[in-house]
Ligand binder design. Structure first.
Ligand code: SF4
Length: 240
C-alpha cells in the first residue's frame, strides 16, 4: 500500500505486479517506468521487473488500514491480464468483499477478459470497475464494461490521445479525462476534453478532469475553462 498522488484516489494496493502492452495508451506506461526504478533500487516485490507476478502476501494489507479508504487497485499492473489466474482474481475480490469500509477502484485494459470472468466475481457496491479508453480504437471496451455486474462503472480516458465523439454512456457512472505527461507526451486537444465534458453532461455522467499533462504537468495544471471538475459517481444506493 502507498499513498497516491493520483487526484481521483487516496492510495494504491498492488496484489499483482507486471504487465504487457496491449494498446496505444500503454506506449509510455507509468507502471513500467516505476517498476524499472524499484527493481534498480532492489525492492524485492519488483525483482522480476515487469513480468506478471501475483503477491499472495499483499492480500491481507487492506485489513490493516484504519478508517475507510479510496483505493486504486493495481496501479502497477492489470488485474485482468491473461497471466493472472482466475483463482487469484477471486481472492482479490474476496478481500474487497470482506472490507466494505473501503472503496476499490479497479481499472483494466483487458475488458474482454473482464467480460468473460465477471460472472465468477462477487460485485459488492464498494468495487468500482473501470476500463481505459484512450481513443476510439478501443471504445468497444465500454460495451464489455457495461455488460458486467459491477455496481459502479467508470472510464479512464487517460492518456487521451484522440477525440471520443459519440460516446454511448448508458449505465456508465463516471468519466475521468487526462492528458499524457512526461518528456514525450502526446498532445491532447482542448476540444476533445470539452466534447467529452458535454457528452457527460447530456447523459448525466459524473466528469472528472485530472490534468492537461505535457512536459510540465504542474505548470499546465488541471483547470478547464477557469475551473476544476472533480465530480465523483453518485453512490447513494450504497445505503439502500
Ligand atoms: S495495461 Fe496499463 S499497466 Fe499494462 S502496459 Fe498498459 S498501461 Fe501499463
Amino acid at each position: 500500500m502507498a499513498q497516491s498522488s493520483i487526484e481521483w484516489t487516496e492510495m494504491t494496493w498492488n496484489p499483482t505486479t507486471g504487465c504487457t502492452k496491449i494498446s496505444a495508451g500503454c506506449k509510455y506506461c507509468y507502471a513500467e517506468v516505476m517498476t524499472k526504478r524499484l527493481q534498480a533500487m532492489g525492492v524485492e516485490k519488483y525483482k522480476d521487473g515487469f513480468a506478471v507476478r501475483t503477491h499472495a502476501d499483499a492480500l491481507n494489507i487492506p485489513y490493516t488500514w484504519k478508517g475507510s479508504k479510496i483505493v486504486f487497485v493495481n496501479s502497477m499492473s492489470d488485474l485482468f491480464h491473461p497471466e493472472i489466474p482466475v483463482k487469484f482474481i477471486q481472492q482479490v475480490f474476496a478481500v474487497m468483499n470482506d472490507t466494505p469500509q473501503h472503496t476499490y477502484q479497479v481499472l483494466t485494459k483487458r475488458a474482454e477478459r473482464l467480460n468473460e470472468l465477471h460472472h465468477l466475481l462477487n460485485w459488492t457496491p464498494n468495487i468500482w470497475m473501470g476500463v481505459s479508453v484512450e481513443d476510439m480504437r478501443v471504445a468497444n471496451r465500454i460495451d464489455y464494461l457495461r455488460n458486467t455486474n459491477a455496481k459502479v462503472k467508470f472510464l479512464s480516458c487517460e492518456p487521451l490521445i484522440g477525440p471520443l465523439p459519440e460516446l454511448y454512456l448508458e449505465n456508465i457512472n463516471w468519466v475521468i479525462v487526462g492528458g499524457e505527461s512526461g518528456r514525450k507526451a502526446r498532445p491532447m486537444a482542448e476540444w476533445w476534453v470539452w466534447d467529452i465534458r458535454q457528452q457527460c453532461q447530456e447523459q448525466g455522467v459524473a466528469f472528472f478532469f485530472k490534468q492537461w499533462g505535457g512536459v510540465n504537468k504542474k505548470k499546465t495544471g488541471r483547470e478547464l475553462g477557469g475551473r476544476t471538475y472533480d465530480e465523483m459517481p453518485v453512490t447513494n444506493y450504497l445505503t439502500a
